[in-house]
Design a protein around this ligand. Structure first.
Ligand code: GDP
Length: 688
């Protein structure tokens, strides 16, 4: 029952801070769309999208499950996005392939730390959004305040297109400001709701809110502005049309309200998804790069007639069919049995089966078309972020930005049986999750796994056990240190050697300077063509990039440096690429030795929330961990502490915070930057 008309497809994500009600909202959507026949409650661990066992136990949604549902003959593909910061890569990946998103907020707390992360990511990927202020049935819920927090904390432009009817326990329904109607829910399951006139006592408020809505819209639409200035009536259709365009152009965010748990407000939310979020045909083109070194800009029209192109955004091992590759199809079409090109590996891949995934059922289809989100079976060497395309028309979509791991733990198999399976299982997990890393420590012969935080690694170890039946012993967490320099150094190095009667020669003059930028090495070339010909510059860069992989203190990668190639010399007969690569590496290593090397450690940005009475214990504990408190804000009944703390001191924080706040504190933690380690830490790293 797939929909063919692109304008009737919505590919959306549901994004939220953990506990805001994303899973419950998704569940209700699936229920009203007829995908499921019984509502599962999240706290019972039966919600349909929470299909992984760990998610059910931990009550968090880790993996983006793609689910299709149908509302008023439109196809809605929902990519369930995770809320936990340790899994932001999942959010990034899904945002990359979505056309629009519903951001769910807790009506009591408003914007929370992780909502900020997700919001910024959605900005980065230019994803149009609508906001859903949930939990309006709860004591302390406040629609206007939640809307205000989106303005203040996210610098968004939320525009209410609904107003709540009733508060907290009396929350009954919503006023639709576009159509000027009231929707009231009566039955427990929320299947039926009546459409009525706006209650008299709320009419004035609704008229004012509608006027504000029209005023906002007229800022983006001259015709509407003229009508207002001429004192003419603006119609419901006109509002809806301008609202849709302004949402797609990322100018405003229509904001709705409801209570997923009490089954109120979901049907109008679905209507808003159809009305205001874009279809694949609203975004007519997608940009990519040529698959060769030239990286030329290429464009694909989002139409079935253009050559096939698709992005693999999720890989899951499935007990029944093997590896499932979730694909977002951007252009063209592809049938079962066809052979596609993976532009990263240059390998051909045959599509054995194409599956249309429901939360936990699946339907086989024979064709994948532009606009679809489907799972392919049979692809052998595909990793997340790879582009698969028509062999004759190669294209590469920009890969998702991948953060580096900040934490490692050593693992070893518990038994010889486990040892056999461990390598294969780890390889599978690596393909599924590009933020998960594997490292063999040569000196100690240890296997280390790395990731984005303690919880990330806990879950990976858990998955090894449950999905792959591999038991491992886990060592204590190790921080991913970095090295840098504190002083600029300029020097020159010559590589001159005779091998098999052939002379080799290259000279590189280099300045290495400390830099604020902790990203990949930045190389600036000031050398003249007469000193280092352009044809050798690639080799020079390669030599420099290789040399920063290992620092002078303890062999950790070097960050926060900039390399300026000042000059050099070559010999027509004796210089080649290898010679320049070696000379550049020698120069960089020499600079590192002389530049007063320093050790850096990952520092995490923390936001800790706890009721007033626990504030002083939270602060005392943070101080003991050498965390720096930036500021403390009151948010409702909670104190919110912003701080930076070294990762090495934050191990076990979730357990400690829970015990010192009697379970009432919560926090989010994500990598912020590398900072110089204290003398004590340096001594520990050096082993004395
Ligand atoms: P997620 O972490 O964002 O997926 O949030 P969940 O859907 O798991 O919801 C977190 C908790 O809030 C669960 O215990 C839900 O039952 C509860 N919850 C969700 N929506 C509402 C709501 O509208 N009202 C109330 N009172 N509770 C809700």
């Amino acid at each position: 029952m797939k929909v063919n008309d692109l304008s009737k497809i919505r590919n959306i994500g549901i994004a939220a801070h953990i506990d805001a009600g994303k899973t419950t909202t998704t569940e209700r959507i699936l229920f009203y769309c007829g995908n499921i026949y019984k509502m599962g409650e999240v706290h019972e661990g039966t919600a349909t999208t929470d299909w992984m066992i760990q998610e059910q136990e931990r009550g968090i949604t880790i993996t983006s499950a793609a689910v299709t549902c149908y509302w008023k003959n439109y196809e809605i593909n929902i990519i369930d996005t995770p809320g936990h910061v340790d899994f932001t890569i999942e959010v990034e990946r899904s945002l990359r392939v979505l056309d629009g998103a519903v951001c769910v907020f807790d009506g009591v707390h408003g914007v929370e730390p992780q909502s900020e992360t997700v919001w910024r990511q959605a900005d980065r990927y230019k994803v149009p959004r609508i906001c859903f202020i949930n939990k309006l049935d709860r004591v302390g819920a406040h629609f206007e305040e939640a809307v205000a927090s989106i303005k203040e904390r996210l610098h968004g432009n939320p525009v209410p297109i609904q107003l709540p009817i009733g508060k907290e326990g009396d929350f009954k329904g919503v006023i639709d400001l576009v159509g000027m109607k009231a929707f009231l829910w009566q039955d427990d399951q929320g299947n039926k709701f009546s459409t009525e006139e706006i209650p008299a006592d709320l009419l004035d408020e609704a008229l004012i809110a509608r006027e504000e809505l029209i005023e906002k819209l007229s800022e983006y639409n001259d015709e509407m502005l003229e009508k207002i200035l001429e004192g003419k009536e603006v119609t419901t259709e006109e509002i809806a049309k301008v609202l849709r365009q302004a949402t797609i152009d990322l100018k405003i965010t229509p904001t709705l309200c409801g209570s997923a748990f009490k089954n109120k407000g979901i049907q109008p939310l679905l209507d808003a998804v159809l009305a205001y979020l874009p279809s694949p045909s609203d975004i007519p083109e997608v940009h990519g790069l040529s698959a060769d070194d030239k990286e030329e800009q290429l464009v694909r029209k989002r139409s079935e007639k253009d050559p096939f192109s698709a992005l693999a955004f999720k890989i899951v091992s499935d007990p029944f069919v093997g590896v499932l590759t979730y694909m977002r199809i951007y252009s063209g079409q592809c049938e079962t049995g066809e052979v596609l090109l993976n532009t990263r590996t240059g390998k051909r891949e045959r599509v054995q089966k194409i599956l249309h995934m429901q939360a936990n059922t699946r339907e086989e289809v024979s064709v994948a078309k532009s606009g679809d989100i489907l799972a392919f079976v049979g692809l052998k060497q595909v990793a997340t972020g790879d582009t698969l395309c028509d062999q004759k028309f190669p294209i590469r979509f920009e890969s998702v930005m991948l953060p580096e791991p900040v934490i490692f733990v050593a693992i070893e198999p518990k038994s010889s049986q486990d040892a056999d399976k461990l390598q294969k299982s780890l390889e599978r997990l690596l393909l599924e999750d590009p933020t998960f890393h594997l490292k063999e420590e040569k000196e100690t012969a240890q296997t280390l796994i790395g990731g984005m935080g303690e919880l990330h690694l806990d879950i990976m170890v858990d998955r090894l056990k449950r999905e792959f039946n591999v038991s491992v012993n886990v060592g204590s967490p190790q921080v991913a240190y970095r090295e840098s320099i504190s002083q600029s150094v300029s020097l020159e190095e010559v590589f001159a050697r005779e091998v098999n009667n052939k002379k080799q020669f290259a000279q590189v003059k280099l300045r290495l300077e400390p830099s604020e930028d902790q990203g990949p090495l930045h190389v600036e070339n000031l050398a003249k063509e007469t000193q280092i010909p352009a044809k050798f510059m690639k080799a020079v860069k390669k030599g420099l990039e290789n040399a920063v992989n290992s620092g002078p203190i303890a062999g950790f990668p070097v960050v926060g440096v900039k390399a300026v190639v000042l000059g050099g010399a070559f010999d027509e007969a004796a210089s080649d690429e290898i010679a320049f690569e070696i000379a550049a590496g020698m120069a960089l290593r020499a600079c590192l030795q002389q530049g007063q090397a320093i050790m850096l450690e990952p520092v995490m940005a923390l936001e800790v929330m706890a009721p007033d009475e626990y504030l002083s214990s939270v602060i005392t504990d943070l101080n003991a961990r050498k965390a720096r408190v930036n500021h403390i804000n009151q948010r409702g009944p909670l104190q919110v502490v912003d701080a930076f703390g070294p990762l090495s001191a934050m191990f076990g924080y979730s357990t400690d915070l829970r015990s010192l706040s009697q379970g009432r504190g919560s926090y989010s933690m994500k990598f912020a930057k590398y900072e110089q380690v204290s003398k004590d830490t340096l001594a520990k790293i050096r082993g004395y």
